[in-house]
Design a protein around this ligand. Structure first.
Ligand SMILES: Nc1ncnc2c1ncn2[C@@H]1O[C@H](COP(=O)(O)OP(=O)(O)OP(=O)(O)O)[C@@H](O)[C@H]1O
Ligand SMILES: [Mg+2]
Length: 342
């Protein structure tokens, strides 16, 4: 940051009252090479030309059906998957252009919390090894004693205790394992964390506890989150803004409450139809859309608007032209030829 730039408060607002962008995603594509049934080469267009910003200090939700590309997008932003094309600009630096050797400082700033806390923890490592490994990779301890102390502190922060340090992952409950995953992620003092369905694998009764822990971490460490979830109910209360993905595209992006009050994209309207709305006034205004058919294959997606084959409002133009993802009004982005008219 140069001295001329407005100062950022921990909340992410600068002195001009505008939110600072932490990450710019520009025209990001992630195509996976596969072989089709006939042995021909083909691509899965898992993320297809996606552009959006993530503001400092916010929780940005990402929702969409299974296979819509949420995990792939999260991993491509962190370069866990090398993007096929496009840019990810972190604090002004295009990390997609950095050589592997120059990427390590950014690996430290950006972390990932996995959906399945069991599969993501090495069963042969103790909790101390798991959290300590993250500290070691980035040289974050000054002595053995400091290392032990830091691990203890991290376990305390996430609601575990120091006796847990010498135990193995299988000795913990699902919620506790997810706490280990969180401790590992925050060990390196990141600025940004992709939380990929961090509570979906957990018992309903402990989901709120883990979400609370994530929220506490965010406040304490001034973190920015990309929060991936199937559950529109969880996203509503956890996220400041929400992006809706469909077949590799973000089709709508707006502040959470506005998404629930005034969904513009028919796909978002369909997703919301499926969840109960406690406010009768909001429920009355909502278009009820029941989706027909299955999500098409990302290998051979429909022309034009990818949602058109399931959209009750589709017209000729929808097959011919890809709708631009643009600001409809005041930070409400949508990709639909008929936004505001349906
Ligand atoms: N390594 C890979 N090779 C080939 N195809 C892949 C690979 N990873 C993901 N895909 C495909 O990319 C698409 C998007 O997958 P992704 O896992 O990102 O979806 P998702 O929205 O996270 O789904 P879920 O909600 O089930 O986790 C899917 O069609 C998937 O089959
Ligand atoms: Mg996923």
């Amino acid at each position: 940051m140069t001295n001329n730039e407005p100062q950022t408060s921990p909340s992410g607002y600068n002195s001009a009252g505008k939110q600072n962008v932490l990450i710019e995603v520009k025209n990001l594509k992630q195509y996976f090479n596969i072989r089709s049934n006939l042995g021909k080469k083909a691509f899965v267009k898992a993320v297809d030309n996606v552009s959006f910003n993530i503001y400092k200090g916010e929780t940005l939700g990402l929702v969409g059906e299974s296979g819509s590309g949420k995990t792939t997008l999260g991993r491509s932003i962190l370069r866990i998957y090398e993007p096929t094309s496009g840019h990810v600009i972190f604090s002004g630096v295009d990390i997609t252009r950095l050589k592997k050797g120059k990427l390590l400082p950014y690996r430290k700033k950006m972390q990932y919390i996995f959906q399945d806390p069991y599969a993501s923890l090495d069963p042969r490592m103790t909790v101390s090894d798991i959290v300590g490994e993250a500290l070691d990779i980035h040289n974050l301890t000054s002595s053995k004693k400091d290392r032990v102390e830091k691990i203890r502190e991290l376990l305390n922060i996430v609601g575990l205790n120091s006796e847990h340090a010498s135990r193995y992952p299988h000795e913990f409950s699902g919620g506790q394992r997810q706490r280990i995953g969180i401790a590992r992620a925050i060990a390196v003092e990141p600025e940004f964390i992709v939380c990929d369905e961090p509570v979906s694998a957990l018992d309903v009764s402990i989901r709120a506890q883990i979400i609370n822990t994530l929220e506490e971490m965010q406040e304490r460490l001034h973190l920015t989150y990309l929060f991936i979830s199937h559950d529109l109910g969880v996203v509503r209360h956890t996220c400041d803004r929400v992006g809706v993905m469909y077949l590799g595209h973000i089709v709508e992006l707006v502040e959470s409450e506005e998404l629930y009050r005034n969904p513009l994209h028919p796909y978002t309207q369909a997703l919301l139809t499926a969840i109960p709305e406690p406010d009768p006034e909001v429920a009355k205004k909502r278009n009820r859309i029941i989706l027909k058919g299955e999500i098409p294959s990302p290998v051979n997606p429909p022309s034009g608007c990818k949602f058109r084959t399931r959209c009750p409002y589709a017209k000729d133009i929808c097959a011919k032209e890809v709708p631009e993802f643009k600001e409809y009004k005041d930070g409400h982005y949508v990709a639909c030829h008929f936004a505001g008219k349906i």
